[in-house]
Design a protein around this ligand. Structure first.
Ligand SMILES: Nc1ncnc2c1ncn2[C@@H]1O[C@H](COP(=O)(O)OP(=O)(O)O)[C@@H](O)[C@H]1O
Ligand SMILES: [Mg+2]
Length: 326
């Protein structure tokens, strides 16, 4: 558990110093057993989340995993059930109005006024939060790279600039925690890099970012990760924690072009957990080292060639595929 220790006072008693400390929970989000049903559909099956302050926390999961439902619950937009739910130390059940003043929410789909200009959208949100100060709005336009587009109608901005404007509007009241639902979906790689730079800048400035994504390659960019699959939390922790989830398993990388016969033969081996072709390599997660001999034999038998088979460190993708298969 991460604890923040705040020094309240110190006094000298004889030869020892007495410190009075205030131990504060330094999680931006701490929920236990968060669950949500929509009629007969169980969207979230009781998940625990521990999001440290000032970090970029990613929730990775395929479509319908429950990512948007999680964000809407955390933002207090919809209600669910939880044993414990604290957002910035405030109880979600009783303090959701107070929480809303301290969080920013960026919806999955563009949710601003397309007929208003970028500056007008910002003014609209700034007025709602009582922050309609020209200097503040100007600095937000500059910070989010929107200064040259201030008078452009929001609906005519490119995908990347629409996201920037959505984030700027969500940050108008300077929240400590920002919930971003798939902020990089459908965005080209260059713009995605720029958005990630923006996320890191916010995190360095002390903001906590909770970001959902279905892009595996984005997982490695987060400080902390949660894997969600069909409403279940499959893993949670730092990248190192996540990688060490496969501690007893071994990852083999075989230098091989894609061959469906090889994939089939290897998948059928006892002790093989997952098989995944990545470019010119077949990545195999196996129960343990003992599978190596049979793995090589299966490949030789199918291809009549001797491939290079090496042990490798698990990637986040190896872990995700293996855990979600289980
Ligand atoms: N308002 C709703 N009414 C009924 N079912 C819903 C509603 N919102 C989400 N769901 C269902 O809950 C599950 C999780 O959805 P969602 O949280 O949107 O997943 P994700 O964002 O990971 O794609 C899906 O099966 C979805 O169809
Ligand atoms: Mg979604």
């Amino acid at each position: 558990m991460v604890l923040e220790v705040k020094l309240e006072s110190k006094r000298l008693y004889g030869y020892s110093i007495c410190l009075e400390v205030n131990i504060m929970d330094s999680y931006a989000i701490k929920v236990k057993n968060l669950a949500k049903n929509f009629g007969k559909v169980s969207a979230l099956n009781g998940i625990d989340l521990n999001v440290p302050m000032g970090k970029v926390y990613g929730m990775l999961g395929p479509n319908a995993a429950g990512k948007s439902t999680t964000i809407r619950l955390l933002a207090g937009i919809i209600r669910g059930q939880a044993t414990t739910a604290k957002i910035l130390g405030i109880d979600l059940e009783t303090g959701s109005e107070k929480i809303k003043r301290h969080i920013g929410y960026v919806a999955q789909h563009f949710a601003l006024y397309p007929d208003l200009t970028a500056a007008e959208n910002l003014t609209f949100y700034a007025t709602l939060y009582g922050k309609n100060d020209a200097g503040h709005k100007r600095s937000l336009l500059i910070q989010y790279g929107l200064a040259d587009f201030a008078n452009r109608r929001a609906g005519s901005l490119s995908g990347g600039y629409k996201r920037r404007l959505s984030i700027a509007c969500a940050m108008v009241h300077e929240p400590e925690l920002i919930l971003l639902d798939e902020p990089t979906a459908g965005i080209d790689p260059v713009t995605r890099n720029e958005l990630w730079e923006l996320f890191y800048e916010l995190s360095v400035a002390g903001k906590t970012l909770f970001i959902t994504t279905h892009y595996m390659e984005e997982a490695e960019r987060c400080h902390y990760l949660a894997f969600l699959n069909r409403g279940n939390l499959v893993a949670e922790g730092s990248l190192q924690d996540i990688r060490s989830t496969l501690k007893n398993n071994k990852v083999f990388v075989c230098s091989l072009s894609y061959d469906p016969k090889v994939s089939k033969a290897v998948t059928a081996l006892e002790g093989v957990l997952t098989v995944n072709q990545v470019g010119e390599h077949l990545r195999v997660v196996a129960r343990d080292q003992s599978v190596a001999t049979e793995l090589k034999q299966a490949i030789i038998k199918t291809t009549s060639s001797t491939p290079l088979v090496q042990l490798a460190k698990p990637t986040i993708e190896d872990v995700f595929i293996t855990l979600t298969k289980e």
